[in-house]
Write a protein that binds this ligand. Sequence first.
Ligand code: NAD
Ligand code: TYD
Length: 359
Amino acid sequence: MFRSILVTGGAGFIGSNFVLHWLAGKNGSLVNLDKLTYAGNPQNLTSVASGPAYSFVRGDICDRSLIDALLQQHRPDAIVHFAAESHVDRSILGPEAFLETNIRGTFVLLQAAREYYAKLQGEDKQSFRFLHVSTDEVYGTLAPESPAFHEGTPYAPNSPYAASKAASDHLVRAWVHTYGLPAIITNCSNNYGPYQFPEKLLPLMITHALAGRPLPVYGDGQQVRDWLYVLDHCRALQRVLESGRVGETYNVGGGNQRSNLQVVNLLCSLLDELLPGSPYKPHAQLIRMVEDRPGHDRRYAIDARKLEQELGWHAEETFETGLRKTVEWYLANADWVEGVTSGAYQQWMQENYAVRGAR
Ligand code: NAD
Ligand code: TYD
């Protein structure tokens, strides 16, 4: 259905999984524009890198002339926008890059897309889409008994990351209403799966547990997240791209609400089972309660009924099946972990954790 698409941030966690999923489905050609920050890793894509349907461009979404040139050269019929600074803890210690990439970068991309779209004609104009990949964190935090976030939940972002994503969502919305850009927004809950950088909860806990290092749980560990296996997210994005309604928002979530302590304990039991000879068994003994994240949102939960009922999407993985696949992937890909945890990663560990005392 799509001849060619431009993906931004396709060397990151969700972007890589999306690129691999898209190309495996023989969906047409794909150009991946990525700045390769600490979170981007072209090695995630070596299996498709030499194929005729894939091209990679290292560059910044804030670079308007580069984006104009890519649009002219590749004439994509959709832009799928993943590129962002994505880690809440980093946004607390250094918010500026979040404003630059998430807000200004999205603005630059929207302006370029708008000008490109204005010159399209006929079927090309009819079918063009701008898909903005966003987060449930724009809705803020939920009390324990509150209903899950739906598409009409008012925005109330609490972290610099969430505020920057909320701002980018508002820009996309305004570009639809003011300029008629055929954009769609998705707001998804916490993803997990292969290729996730080990600064986020699950890969951090997996890599620490394998090395017998402490598993740092923030605060009381009772914060709740709604976990979605990354390939289920990718399948949702494809459905939205193909059949979503322009100007709409679709919430994406797995219906898997767990507290952080439940998640870490489940992970530890899985590791005990998969690594019966591990010297660190039982892995739960490595858990350490540490100082909380400032402004830590208590609970996220997604109501995905609109996506399910309108577009027929359903999550295929339960948390148990998805977690097993994820842990097996990390066990089988020690080289990948080794490659991304050297150098600058060690510095981040020092900055974020060394200052965090025990509770
Ligand atoms: P990630 O941090 O793993 O990857 C981000 C990618 O964007 C990296 O490859 C990085 O090099 C690239 N990038 C950063 N700044 C750039 C710039 N200025 N120009 C070009 N490329 C740039 O992030 P992720 O977890 O894969 O998230 C992807 C998108 O999905 C983000 O927009 C995020 O807000 C959203 N999202 C993530 C989750 C989650 O659980 N990870 C959940 C919902 C929504
Ligand atoms: P994270 O993966 O950073 O995603 P987000 O903040 O976007 O939800 O964190 C998920 C949850 O895990 C969040 O409540 C913070 C918590 N957490 C820890 O308890 N310890 C850690 O070392 C990390 C990285 C996160």
